[in-house]
Design a protein around this ligand. Structure first.
Ligand code: F6R
Length: 368
């Protein structure tokens, strides 16, 4: 049932192009983005004046990615909250607040409690979920299913990419309802999303190189991950994968924060994974990241760079270069996450750990 793969996670990593295609399927009809499993009207979407994304773990990272897109497309304030923090604060919610609860399992206790809390405050709740009929969609006003298929590996992979795509559909539906994007722009954004399964397929071709790199990294004590803009949540996700699978100390940082503390951690031989923005799409940020990399390299770090193919400016600073296909900036997490998933799984395997069942973790966390 692992389809000839050594472990489920590898199978699920390879299924990501199909998972994405399934998430998107049927959501663009007659020139419009449709969220047809939802019970929110066009007017409800128009009335939204603030968005909260609440989730845990990788699902939370999918929300961090979506914030960049939804703010940009919809001109709406977006807060992304860890579900376990959200409900014990006093978040400011009312009936024009849209709470997007993202959960692969749909059973995560903290996210479920956040949904209940939001509904008590009369906010509208849209669940983004991978599991039909789970508790979170049952208690929400509306649901958008990701249709990524069952995920067996405890570490989330295809469900995470599907969550990003689903969150983007929510963003496009909001932009469409609010008129912050013209219909042809919404159509173009959707077409770009539809091109992602093939881009992710190309990103999978990094697999052999990353597996070999992973074997060489297996003895590292710690790994840092740096990114900016949408690359920052990707860095957090890469670090989470490595912690949970390889039991290594791994931290993700916003690259701009380096000088405000983390640079003190840099020492001879420390592997630092850097998620680069596009040299064309985000030239200013790209230049800043190149300068960060040269600084950490000068202090002896071993730089492992995930960059757009053909990025010649970063090449001299990359001790290891992982090239992913060029895609629009907001969609980069869908390709740049892929090698980081493989890296974590293969380091775990090299260290002799069970990739599909990491110690102390459960696939769905139904207690707080
Ligand atoms: C990480 C991972 C977890 C889950 C988190 C939320 O690889 O799998 O961090 O993302 O427990 O789970 P769901 O999405 O089921 O609510």
């Amino acid at each position: 049932e692992k389809g000839g793969h050594e472990y489920f996670m590898l199978k699920e990593i390879e299924e990501q192009p199909d998972a994405l295609a399934n998430t998107l399927r049927g959501h663009f009809r007659s020139g419009r983005v449709v969220l047809d499993e939802q019970r929110l009207s066009e007017q409800d979407l128009r009335d939204v004046d603030k968005v909260f994304v609440v989730a845990c773990g990788s699902a939370y990272h999918s929300g961090l990615v979506a914030k960049y897109a939804i703010e940009h497309w919809c001109r709406l304030p977006v807060e992304v909250e860890l579900a376990s923090e959200f409900r014990y604060r006093d978040p400011v919610l009312d009936r024009d607040t849209l709470v997007v609860a993202v959960s692969q399992s749909g059973e995560t206790a903290d996210t479920l409690e956040a949904v209940r809390h939001a509904r008590e405050q009369k906010a509208r709740v849209l669940a983004v979920c991978n599991t039909n009929g789970a508790q979170i969609p049952r208690e929400s006003d509306a649901v958008l299913y990701t249709h990524a298929g069952p995920e067996i590996g405890v570490a989330s992979t295809k469900a995470f990419l599907a969550q990003i795509a689903a969150n983007y559909l929510v963003g496009l539906a909001l932009a469409q309802a609010r008129g912050t994007k013209y219909p042809d722009e919404v159509a173009r954004e959707f077409a770009e999303l539809e091109a992602m399964p093939s881009a992710v397929h190309k990103a999978l071709s990094t697999m052999e190189y990353v597996r070999e790199l992973a074997r060489r990294m297996a003895d590292s004590k710690a790994v840092l991950f740096l990114g900016r803009h949408v690359g920052f949540p990707v860095a957090l996700e890469g670090a989470l994968k490595l912690k949970e699978l390889a039991y290594m100390h791994a931290e993700g940082f916003a690259a701009g924060e380096l000088k405000h503390g983390p640079i003190a951690l840099i020492e001879q031989g420390l592997p630092v994974v850097v998620v680069m923005p596009s040299p064309k799409g985000r030239a200013v940020l790209h230049a800043k990241l190149v300068s960060n990399i040269s600084e950490i390299q000068a202090r002896g770090a071993r730089t492992i760079v995930v960059a757009e193919e053909g990025d010649e400016r970063v090449r001299p600073f990359a001790d290891e270069l992982i090239e992913v296909p060029a895609v629009p900036t907001l969609l980069q997490p869908l390709v740049s996450t892929v090698p980081l998933q493989v890296l974590a799984a293969e380091i775990a395997k090299s260290r002799g750990y069970d990739v599909d069942k990491p110690r102390n973790l459960a696939k769905s966390v139904t207690v707080e």
